[in-house]
Design a protein around this ligand. Structure first.
Ligand code: SF4
Length: 476
């Protein structure tokens, strides 16, 4: 799936507690999470006395120059890389959000989407609160500042009880780091450890949206922050509490289908295992009379490996992706067919010519890109194109931190599988079943998943979502 016809990644968060170069570890961790958001990034660090912040639009490697990291030097840090799911993409909404309140200085970074943010914001504005951003995250900051609880950990717990929806949060004060997940555990948040070096008093504790961030900084994965858990690291050591009533777990299954990197462990399960299982399951459910299996890079690669292994068909990189496509490009005056897709993908004629191709991708969103890819493969000489999708048809938008098009734009919400096949021009089309998806991702084993974008059945009660944009959804 290409960036112009896809679900957008959400955000990535990291936190580092007790390391002499916390800013460098946070920077490297953010770099490993760049795939989760490329619009802006930010970091807040503490030297034990006060907080320093830096936020900017762009990519992690460009934002955190050596001079910036020197200024951010500290032993505690939190960081955020952002794709906007609520609020527009201006620097104003970049995170972490830092505030001075009656509980001292603090900063917060959020992955997810609060479904009652608008409601809380209107109420607080009515009581005189002044908001600096239009991001949903700022309501948490206001709730913490306004809480009647006396200590910061208690005020955070109080605020988290009042918000609804998806949130994996990391927070920092001059002497503490906090990590929390919403009670349904929609978005991931893992905890890791770097053993103390000689002369250091304690181990470094780290948090990240995905464990691929741990590998780069030499941290060992320890466990997930549990749904509904608030972990506090401070001078008193590590403490943990469940801040509110328990709710049935609804972790986002799309993290395993697409968002997370295959080298990550997410919700306590290796993504690679799930993604290869998806392909194997798909081969069993929807075999094809074909000569080769070709992934749409990069999204279909691991599932295609599973499909090839299970079906016995050879796996071939029949499409090559150009990783260096910038945001703007100049199109020649003479029209090149499917120019936008061709910029990113090019077929390998010598592999495709005369072949019956099974083409694997992880989803069809609007169908426009799949249609162009199928056409390109045929133009490169393929005899037949059998499209296979490693998840069920996406029929409903997400309200839990994933940027999905409205129901009107989701092709599977408006067309049958046969109509989609006809639209994309494939010889056959099949999706993985919902049961197949659940089985491949180990639903009910260690994790219970949200599958609402495939079923339209949300883990929370909603008013009719047909025409309502995610930010405007009101809880019933
Ligand atoms: Fe994930 Fe879909 Fe649920 Fe959103 S609706 S949390 S994308 S499974």
């Amino acid at each position: 799936m290409l960036s112009f016809d896809k679900f957008h990644d959400e955000c990535g968060v990291v936190a580092i507690y007790a390391h002499p170069e916390a800013e460098k570890l946070a920077y490297l961790s953010l770099h490993a999470l760049q795939h989760r958001g490329q619009e802006s990034a930010g970091m807040v660090t503490s030297n034990g006395m006060c907080l320093q912040s830096h936020r900017a639009m762009g990519l992690v490697a460009d934002i955190f120059t050596e001079e910036v990291l020197v200024r951010l030097h500290g032993n505690l840090a939190i960081g955020h890389t952002r794709y906007s799911t609520a609020g527009d993409s201006a620097l104003l909404n970049a995170q972490p959000i830092m505030v001075q309140s009656n509980k001292g200085m603090m900063a917060l970074a959020h992955n997810g989407n609060l479904v009652n943010a608008q409601e809380i914001r209107s109420r607080l504005e009515g009581q005189g609160s002044i908001f600096q951003t239009n991001s949903d995250t700022e309501v948490i900051v206001h709730l913490i500042a306004l809480s009647k609880e006396q200590t910061l950990p208690e005020a955070i717990a109080d605020a988290l009880r009042r918000v609804e929806g998806a949130f994996s949060l990391v927070m920092i004060s001059p002497d503490r780091v906090f990590a929390a997940r919403d009670p349904r555990g929609f978005r991931p948040l893992a905890m890791g450890r770097i053993p103390r070096q000689e002369g250091e008093k304690q181990d470094t504790i780290v948090f990240a949206s995905e464990t691929c961030a741990f590998d780069l900084i030499g941290a060992t994965y320890e466990r997930e922050v549990k749904p509904g858990e608030l972990v506090v690291l401070g001078p008193e050591g590590i403490t943990s509490r469940f801040y509110g009533a328990a709710a049935p777990q609804s972790s986002c299954i799309f993290e395993h289908v697409y968002f997370s990197r295959p080298d990550s462990t997410v919700f306590g399960r290796p993504v690679q295992v799930s993604r290869e299982n998806l392909g194997r399951q798909l081969a069993n459910e929807a075999p094809a009379e074909a000569d080769i299996v070709v992934p749409v890079p990069d999204s279909g690669v691991t599932a295609a490996m599973g499909y090839a292994a299970e079906s016995g068909l050879p796996f071939r990189f029949g499409l090559i992706r150009n990783h260096y496509v910038g945001r703007t490009f100049i199109e020649p005056r003479q029209n090149v067919r499917d120019f936008g897709v061709r910029l990113k993908l090019n077929p390998v004629r010598s592999l495709l010519e005369g072949k019956r191709v099974v083409l694997i991708d992880d989803s069809i969103v609007r169908g426009t890109t799949s249609r162009k890819i199928v056409r390109m493969i045929r133009a490169a000489g393929a005899k037949e194109v059998h499209m296979r999708i490693s998840c069920p048809p996406t029929i409903s938008p997400c309200f839990y931190g994933v940027d999905t098009p409205s129901k009107k734009e989701l092709i599977a919400a408006n067309k049958s599988v046969e109509e989609i096949r006809e639209y994309i021009g494939a010889d056959s089309l099949a999706y993985l079943s919902l049961e197949g998806l659940r089985k491949a991702c180990g639903d009910g084993e260690k994790t219970n998943y949200c599958t609402a974008c495939y079923t339209g059945k949300y883990p929370t009660n909603w008013v009719d979502v047909e025409e309502i944009q995610p930010a405007a959804v009101v809880k019933r």
